[in-house]
Structure formats: C-alpha cells, structure tokens
Ligand binder design. Structure first.
Ligand code: UDP
Ligand code: MG
Length: 316
C-alpha cells in the first residue's frame, strides 16, 4: 500500500475548490477501500497567495477532515514555485506524491493506474494527454508546436505532458538537488532519470472559474522553458553572426572586382538597409545574451523560491 499525497497549487480558486475537494475525497475513499493507498494519505492544497476566499475554504476543509491539509505561501509566486513548495514539503512524509491542478482538468481516475505503475517499480509516472479536443485550435497548435521546439532545442520533455505526474519519494529526493530558481518543472523532472512510464488520459474543460494562465503568463512560461533548459539560442546568435560576416566578405570581394572593372558602386539604399539590418540583429543578439545573463543574476542571488506563511497539518 502506498502512502499517497496530492499536491494541488491553488491561486484564486474559490470557484472550484469545494467541488474539487469533494471529488478528491470520494476518490481517496475509493482508493483506500480498494487497499491501494493507506488511510493516512493526504490531500494538500498550496495556496499561492490568493486574494479571494481560497485559504478560508482550505482551512474549513482541514477542520472538517484531517485528510485535507494546507500550505499558505506568503505571496503569489506562480504555479511552478507553488508546486515546488508542495513537492518539497510532502516528500518527507509520503511514499509518492501526485501533482494536479486545482480545476481537475486532469482525470483523477488515472490515479489507480499511476499507483499500479509506481508499485511495479516506476519512480515517475507522467500523465500524458491523449487528445486535445477540449482545447481551441490556437492552443493545440501552439502547445504541440512548442513541445516539438523544446525537443529540438535539446530539452527532453515528455510530449503533451504538463504538470500532472506521480513522483516517488526517491525521485523527489533526487529532484530536491536541483536548486535552480528559474523553474520549469516538466523540463527538469526528466533529468532526474530513474524508471518512468506514462499514463494517457483525456483532459476535460475547466468546470468553473477562469484560467489563471493568460496568454502573457503562458508565453513567459514558454520562454522560461527554452532558456532554462537550452543554450541553443546563444549558439544561434553566434551562427547568425558568422553567416553575416561571410556574406559581407563576399560582398566586399564583389565590390572590389566591380571597382576595378570600372563600374562605380552606386546607391545608398543597400547601405542604409544593411546598417539597419545588422543594427537590428545586433540588438536582438545582445538581448538574447542578456536574457541569459539575467538568469545568471537571479540564480547567483540564491533567493528562496517561496516562503511559507502557515501550515495546516495534524498539529493544528
Ligand atoms: N496557479 C498557481 N499560481 C498562479 C497561477 C496558477 O498556483 O500564479 C495554479 C492554479 O490555481 C491551477 C494551476 O496553477 O491549479 C493551473 O492553472 P490553470 O488551470 O488556470 O491553467 P490552465 O489549465 O488554464 O493552463
Ligand atoms: Mg486548468
């Protein structure tokens, strides 16, 4: 039997939280009855600095049943950090931790399969979306394109897997040694290694509340993913520079030959265009390099990824 903990990051989730808790509660009791998980398994909500009633609901749930626990972060630190807090806090007690979003878009009925795979020796079980029918065309197209791009950049991410996964205590222990503050969990977890497997599921739509990932946050996460896992963009800058330099040499030779053939080169347009083009490219390149320097800057500060304000566990 597995002592299974759930880590659920919540940011302004008052609209879905009660419903989510009820569904998970029922699922947990089923799993306990089937003898798959121990009766002291826990469901843990991490409140990522919500400004609505999220924490009050979590407190009520905890008062009602000790199966529910809560961790309150001192302020909003973003999904990835909230999840990290959950994983790092729970790894000491649990045999395995499943991370799942508060809106339960991911199918809780694959818990059984995840636990089976864990018990048969897998340290990490990734939830993988079989279809993306509930997504808009735009989201599906960009998301799948992004996974392909990441892999081409050298980051080994699992295709169509977000942050719905089971990790064993051992995997979490290993994972805790990754100290980066620029965090893109789904890219770093595969680096841990160990035996893994996937389970497929269909993702449903959010039942209530709004997505906490507007386009801006999604783009930020996407960029984070690339720059924290790959240095290919910098190499690309070098390569572009080299190509442009070669072109300029060819142009130089061409103009010298033309000069000796008596044809004076005319036209300011070519000059103006190349100045703008190269100037733009240089700025872009400096920008890309700057992004990485910014990351180094943040990493060297060793600031904490999150600060916990309050725990709701068995002692209170
Ligand atoms: N979330 C969080 N902090 C944030 C933004 C989101 O903890 O700053 C949580 C949110 O409560 C949810 C999960 O991250 O449990 C995924 O968010 P959401 O479902 O809104 O994203 P989507 O499914 O639309 O990509
Ligand atoms: Mg969601």
């Amino acid at each position: 039997m597995t002592k299974l903990y759930l880590a659920i990051p919540c940011y302004n989730e008052e609209a879905v939280l009660k419903d989510t808790a009820a569904k998970l509660y029922e699922k947990y009791h089923q799993l306990i009855a089937k003898g798959k998980i121990t009766s002291d398994s826990k469901i843990v909500f991490i409140d990522d600095g919500s400004t609505d009633k999220t924490w009050e609901i979590i407190s009520l749930l905890h008062k009602g049943d000790s199966m529910f626990r809560g961790i309150k972060l001192s302020r909003n630190r973003g999904h990835q950090n909230a999840l990290m807090c959950g994983l790092m806090t729970l790894k000491d007690e649990a045999d395995a931790v499943i991370s799942i979003d508060a809106d339960l878009q991911d199918d809780i009925n694959v818990f059984d399969e995840m636990i089976d795979k864990f018990e048969s020796g897998c340290d990490i079980v990734y939830g993988v979306r079989s279809k993306r029918e509930t997504d808009t065309f735009f989201k599906r197209f960009t998301a799948e394109g992004y996974y392909k791009l990441l892999n081409r950049m050298g980051a080994k991410v699992i295709f169509n897997h977000a942050d719905f996964r089971l990790m064993s205590k051992r995997a979490l222990e290993a994972f805790s040694q990754y100290k980066e503050v620029n965090l893109f969990l789904r890219g770093v977890v595969p680096l841990v290694g160990y035996k893994y497997d996937i389970v497929k599921y269909e993702r449903s739509e959010r039942t209530a509340g709004e997505s906490k990932y507007p386009l801006k946050k999604m783009l930020a996460l996407a960029w984070e993913g690339i720059t924290s896992l790959s240095t290919k963009p910098i190499k690309l800058v070098t390569r572009t520079g080299l190509v442009i330099f070669l072109i300029s040499i060819i142009m130089l030779i061409y103009f010298v030959i033309r000069f000796f053939m008596g044809a004076t080169v005319q036209g300011w347009a070519s000059l103006a265009v190349s100045i703008w083009a190269i100037g733009g490219l240089q700025l872009l390149s400096i920008g890309i390099v700057g992004e990485y320097i910014g990351k180094i800057y943040l990493e060297t500060k060793h600031r904490p990824r999150y600060i916990v304000e309050e725990y709701l566990n068995d002692e209170n």
